[in-house]
Structures are given as C-alpha cells and as structure tokens.
Design a protein around this ligand. Structure first.
Ligand SMILES: Cc1cc2nc3c(=O)[nH]c(=O)nc-3n(C[C@H](O)[C@H](O)[C@H](O)COP(=O)(O)O)c2cc1C
Ligand SMILES: Nc1ncnc2c1ncn2[C@@H]1O[C@H](COP(=O)(O)OP(=O)(O)OP(=O)(O)O)[C@@H](O)[C@H]1O
Length: 145
C-alpha cells in the first residue's frame, strides 16, 4: 500500500486543485492531504476560508482518502504521524526536492519527494485569480451604482 501526501492551502477550490490531487493520487494507493494553516502562510495573503472549513471541503472529495489540518509550527509533524511513502509537490510549490528530502532524512523520515509538474489551465484555475476577479466585479458594481 503506497501512501501519498499532497499539501496546499485549498482556499476556494478550483479545477487546478482537483487536477493536482488526482495526479498525486495516481502516484500511489491512498491519498492524504495536509491542509495548510492560515497562521503558517506568509508568502501570500491569508486564506479567506477558515482552516477547519477548508479541511472539511477537501475531505469530501472522492479522490482524497483523508484530509487533515497541518501543524501550526512544524511541517514535519504531520509527516511523522501519517508516514507517507511519497510527498507530492505541486507544480508551483517552492520547496526544493533535494533540500526537502535532506530535511526528511535528518529526521529519520524516508518519504520520497516527487513533483507533479503538469498544471491545469482554465480561466480561473488559481485562488488568487478568483479573488482578483471578485474585487474587479465589486469595483465595477460600485462604479455603476
Ligand atoms: C511536506 C509538506 C508538509 C507541510 N506541512 C504543513 C503543516 O503541517 N502545516 C501547514 O500549515 N502547512 C504545511 N505545509 C504547507 C506549506 O507550508 C505551505 O504553506 C503551503 O504549501 C501553502 O502554500 P501553497 O498553497 O501556495 O502551496 C506543508 C508542505 C509540505 C510540502
Ligand atoms: N492550475 C493548477 N494546476 C495544477 N496544480 C495546481 C493548480 N493550482 C494549484 N495547484 C496545486 O494545488 C496545490 C494547492 O494550491 P494552492 O492552495 O496554493 O492554490 P492556488 O490556486 O495555487 O492559490 P494561489 O492562486 O493563491 O497561489 C498546490 O500544490 C498547487 O501547486
């Protein structure tokens, strides 16, 4: 039984997320998802949707066996608990495969890190773009009032 972990924020789900999770699931037999905590996100705006609500939504996807909230202070904590064989990075996740594998080995964890390098293109296959679009709509509405 090959266990795979996928990670991400998953704020405002879109087909790009489903594409990534489907590809990650194809790398093994079961898919766990670690949903990033809002408190851990520093490289982009904090998610709109609360932590537990994002976990609930990801958990309801048929491609996902189990979604859990991430740790609030150590990204290796869920890895120690879930003990995956593979960690699937998304196409735009900034982690370096070799560095992450080195960090895992120093902690006695033997998961392999694989990148899902393909991405799904669609008009709004990005949470950031969806939010931008909503702001544009609000501004248009205000101008027309
Ligand atoms: C192996 C791995 C484990 C992670 N574990 C956690 C975690 O425990 N808690 C958390 O908040 N985020 C965790 N993350 C998520 C990242 O820290 C980062 O916040 C996340 O990738 C969000 O960025 P993104 O949505 O742009 O991918 C983990 C990421 C990776 C690759
Ligand atoms: N269009 C896409 N195609 C393939 N994978 C994607 C796509 N969008 C996101 N992912 C993957 O889904 C995971 C979670 O992504 P994340 O929650 O950061 O969403 P996002 O739409 O990229 O957000 P943002 O637009 O705010 O950066 C990451 O591994 C990311 O690489």
């Amino acid at each position: 039984m090959v266990r795979v972990i996928a990670t991400g924020t998953f704020d405002l789900l879109h087909p790009g997320h489903i594409f990534y999770l489907t590809k990650a699931r194809e790398l093994g037999d079961e898919l766990y998802v670690v949903v990033a905590r809002g408190s851990m996100i520093r490289h982009k705006p904090k998610p709109v949707i609360p932590d537990e609500q994002r976990v609930d939504v990801v958990n309801s996807l048929s491609v996902v066996d189990k979604a859990v909230p991430g740790s609030e202070n150590d990204i290796f904590e869920p890895i120690r608990e879930i003990k995956p064989d593979i960690i699937a990075l998304g196409f735009d996740q900034t982690f370096d495969i070799d560095d992450l594998e080195k960090e895992l080995r120093t902690r006695g964890l033997d998961a392999r890190v694989v990148r899902v390098s393909e991405s799904r293109t669609c008009p709004l296959c990005s949470t950031g773009k969806i939010i931008k679009k909503i702001f544009e709509r609000c501004n248009e509405k205000t101008r027309h009032e």
